[in-house]
Design a protein around this ligand. Structure first.
Ligand code: ADP
Length: 563
């Protein structure tokens, strides 16, 4: 064991002192106690040699006090040991100073005791330090300003006085040097530690900034006491502001700039965060300086005081606009996909059913044809077979229409409505009952649309053929096709006096494969295709129908369709 560690064991004991300042003052206190003990022993020897015996009890008091201070120091009762030390040495110095001749220089110890008060109590207990310094000063004045003598005046020899002076001077000087050394050493170490901490702080700040730059985060701090949010330059940049704008914003303004649809979520998240004290993460929309909303990921945490009140919230926002847009697109595509899947299921079921029905009917009719020998009967069987084949053909062509609408791009061309309707009517002559229905058109001759001609033809073809198919055989039937211009739109209606549709079917007639009448008439695909096609033409359809009286289907399409 080295001398220093042995000394440490004696003066400080086996305890581990965490605070550097406390550790150093424990050393100082130990040293000073040791110096006092040594001085007392030295004086005992000097006095013995010089035949002076009266001071021995005071030297022993000093030795005892030194031992007590060391013991208290070892047991970490630092303040008590400092107080005992200062009280005792001030008392002893005063005792000798009041009775010894000036020339022994004993009063120099008042300087050392005053300095030690500052060193032992430090700046944290400056009041105690000042108090003990004042005590030293007061005792000095009392001992030299007044003729008080606590000890009998001794008649010391000149030699004894000189030895005393030299001893006192050297001991006071060494003690003062030790104290000053302690103070400048402590100061130096504190300064070095401060520089180290400042350097580390700077480095850590730089590292944090690098991470924030990497994720392009805009930081902010919210102080509950002022309700103000202090925002960083990057926060401002993300919201379209310049660095010299908007130093801080009030919480109220922040909420005003929050998307109304996100307010409830943000409020809920804040309440949960303050309750659970776990960091919050919220996806929200904030209004930028330009007035549009942008998506951000907002995360942060709060510091609370010992009473549980929030004192500071620090957080950051990250731009997630692109990601959210992509997410919305995927969501939309998913919806489309789900819709397409549902349609596909119903499609496969109905198509197989509707394709097989006329086919089995044709097969049955061919058997009948083989069995029959009569010419007239055979003729009617052939016409029935033809009718079934036509149904099959129209069904297949509807499926093709559907597929064409879904897969092909828009092809907008100038379209004369009159000639388009006449084209359609020419192609509808095969529809059963066509010859019985009077068809009137009321379309301005020059009315021309810029639209996808093939798609508009498909829509009108379906509506007009329905008006013919669902005509009332009990009376004289008519269909009126009318077109008018309404602002930037063209309203095109197909009115019939047919069998009409019962009100309970109105809500569903545009559904895929939905049929409001007897199956024999069609497949239930027509109006569904009409609705889908009109969506691509940026148009819409409305209808009115009274059961037993007739129906009017009106489509509204833009006069000029942008491709
Ligand atoms: P379908 O191939 O059965 O005609 P649509 O989708 O074209 O299928 O029509 C759906 C249903 O709406 C039809 O089954 C029919 O009951 C009813 N409907 C359509 N147009 C008319 C109309 N002009 N008059 C009476 N009912 C109609």
């Amino acid at each position: 064991m080295s001398f220093r560690s042995a000394l440490k064991k004696v003066l400080l004991g086996n305890v581990h002192i965490q605070s550097r300042l406390e550790y150093k003052s424990a050393w100082l206190r130990g040293y000073m106690a040791l110096i006092c003990i040594s001085v007392a022993i030295a004086y005992t020897v000097i006095d013995k040699i010089n035949g002076v015996r009266t001071n021995f009890p005071f030297y022993w008091i000093v030795v005892l006090m030194g031992g007590l201070v060391i013991w208290l120091n070892r047991t970490r009762r630092y303040q008590l040991s400092s107080v005992i030390f200062l009280v005792t040495i001030n008392f002893i110095i005063f005792l000798f100073a009041s009775s010894d001749p000036y020339r022994t220089g004993i009063y120099i110890f008042f300087i050392a005791s005053s300095l030690s008060a500052f060193a032992l109590f430090g700046y944290r207990q400056i009041k105690l330090a000042v108090f003990f310094s004042c005590v030293s000063l007061l005792l000095f004045i009392l001992s030299y300003g007044f003729e008080w003598r606590l000890l009998p005046v001794m008649d010391y020899s000149e030699k004894y006085i000189t030895i005393n002076f030299i001893t006192n001077f050297i001991v006071a000087l060494i003690t003062s040097m030790l104290i000053v050394y302690f103070l400048i050493n402590t100061n130096f170490r504190s300064e070095a530690a401060l520089t180290r901490t400042t350097d580390e702080l700077q480095k850590s700040r730089e590292r944090n900034q690098m991470v924030l730059d990497a994720v392009d985060a805009g930081t902010y701090e919210f102080e509950p006491s002022t309700q103000a949010i202090l925002v960083s330059d990057n926060w401002k940049k993300l919201l379209g502001y310049r660095a010299d704008e908007l130093e801080q914003i009030q919480l109220e303004t922040y909420f005003e700039n929050l998307h109304p649809a996100d307010k409830a979520t943000v409020e809920q998240n804040i309440a949960r965060h303050l309750r659970d004290r776990k960091p919050y993460v919220t996806e929200l929309r904030l209004r930028t300086k330009q007035g549009e909303y942008k998506w951000f990921l907002d995360c942060g945490s709060t510091r609370f005081d010992e009473k549980g009140a929030p004192t500071l919230t620090a957080g950051c926002i990250i731009d997630i606009n692109e990601r959210k847009k992509a997410e919305e697109k995927i969501l939309h595509q998913n919806e489309q996909l789900e819709k397409a899947n549902g349609e596909l299921d119903r499609f496969v079921y109905s198509v197989s059913h509707d394709l097989r029905a006329p086919l089995s009917s044709i097969l049955g009719l061919t058997n009948l044809y083989n069995l029959s020998s009569e010419g007239k009967e055979r003729e009617s069987i052939i016409s029935l077979i033809k009718e079934r084949a036509l149904t099959l053909d129209s069904f297949i062509s509807e499926i093709l229409d559907y597929s064409r609408n879904a897969r092909t791009e828009l092809n907008t061309v100038p379209t004369n409505l009159n000639s388009l309707v006449h084209d359609i009517l020419k192609g509808l002559t095969y529809v059963p009952g066509f010859e019985r229905v009077r068809i009137d058109t009321d379309i301005p001759e020059a009315l021309e649309l810029r639209t996808d001609r093939a798609r508009l033809k498909m829509v009108l073809n379906n509506l007009i053929s329905n008006a013919i198919k669902y005509s009332d055989k009990q009376r004289e039937s008519f269909v009126v096709i009318q077109a008018t211009v309404n602002g930037s739109e063209c309203d095109l209606s197909v009115r019939d006096n047919g069998i009409g549709i019962k009100p309970e079917h109105h809500a569903r007639i545009f559904d895929m494969f939905y049929q409001a009448h007897d199956k024999a008439h069609g497949s239930g695909l027509g109006l569904y295709i009409v609705k889908e096609t009109l969506q691509r033409l940026k148009g819409r359809i409305t209808f009115q129908s009274e059961y037993g009286k007739g129906s009017t289907f009106t489509i509204h399409v833009p006069l000029k369709l942008e491709a």
